[in-house]
Design a protein around this ligand. Sequence first.
Ligand SMILES: [Fe+2]
Length: 298
Amino acid sequence: MKETPTLTEYGAAIDAQTMVTPPDVTELELEPGHPGQGDEAYIQRRKALFALCRKHRLERLGPPLIEYTPEETRIWREVSPKLDELHIQHASRLYLDAKRDLAITRDEIPQLRCLSERVQRETNMHLVPAEGALPYRTFYEYIAERGFPVTQFIRHGSHPEFTPEPDMIHDCLGHVPPLMNRDYAELLTLIGKAASATPHGEQVLALKRFSWFSIEFGLIEEGADTKVFGAGILSSTGEIPYSLFSSEVKRQPFVTDVVITTDYDPSRMQDQLFIAPSLPFLRRELEALVRRFGIPVL
Ligand SMILES: [Fe+2]
C-alpha cells in the first residue's frame, strides 16, 4: 500500500490525508484562552447560534434571520466605524467599491440573508450559514458551488478588537464585500473547484496557502501604492496598519512557488506577506498552478 506523505502545517507534521478528508466538528468548542471562556451567557448564545447555523447549512436553508442582542449591536457599533476609517485609507479599490454597493452600515448588524440576495444578483455567489470555522476542504467545497460560508455570531464584548476565530465582523466586513466583484468571484470559485477535485493532500495544502496569502492575507499593488486586499487584514483594526507599516513584517512580491511552500501561524499577527500586482495576475497564476497540478477543472 502506498504511504500517505507527511506535510507541515502551522509548524507541525500532519498526515496529508487529513487535508482531503477533514474531521467534522459537531459541537461548539471555544479554544483555551478564548475571551468568552467562563461567560455562561455568551457560551449559551454561541451554542444556540451554532445549532441553528449548522442546521441551516446542512439542510441548505440559507442564512437564518437573527435577532441580535443590544450587546451584540454595541460591539458592532464599536468596531465597524474604526474599521471603516481604516478601509477608506488603506483598502483596495475593489473592496471599497463593493462595500459601498452593499450599503453595510456602521449602526446595524446586517442580515446575511439580505446580503446573500444582493451578492447573488451581482455575481451569482450566495452566502452559506456556518456554525464556525469549517475545515478548509469543506469550506472550499461550498465555494466550488458558488456558496461562501459565513458565521453569524459575534466576538466577545470584553475584547471587541480581537477574535481568535472568524466571526461575523471578519466575514461581513472582510469576505463578503469582494464577492460583489465578478473577477474576484471567479478566482475564488476556481480555488474551490480545484481544492475540491484533487485527491492529493499536498495539492490541497498548496491551494490553501495560495488563498491564505491572497484572499485572506494578501496585499495588492494599486498604482504606486500598496493596498490591503485580504479579509483577515481588512477585519482587524490592528492588522491593517501592522500589515502595511510595521518593520516586523516581511513584504515580498507574490511568487506562487514561494507562496505555496510558505507555512504560517494563523493564531498571531502575520509577519510574512505577499504583494500581488493585480487580480488578473492572481487568476493567471492560479490557472497555471491548477494546470501544473493536473486538476481537471479548467
Ligand atoms: Fe477568513
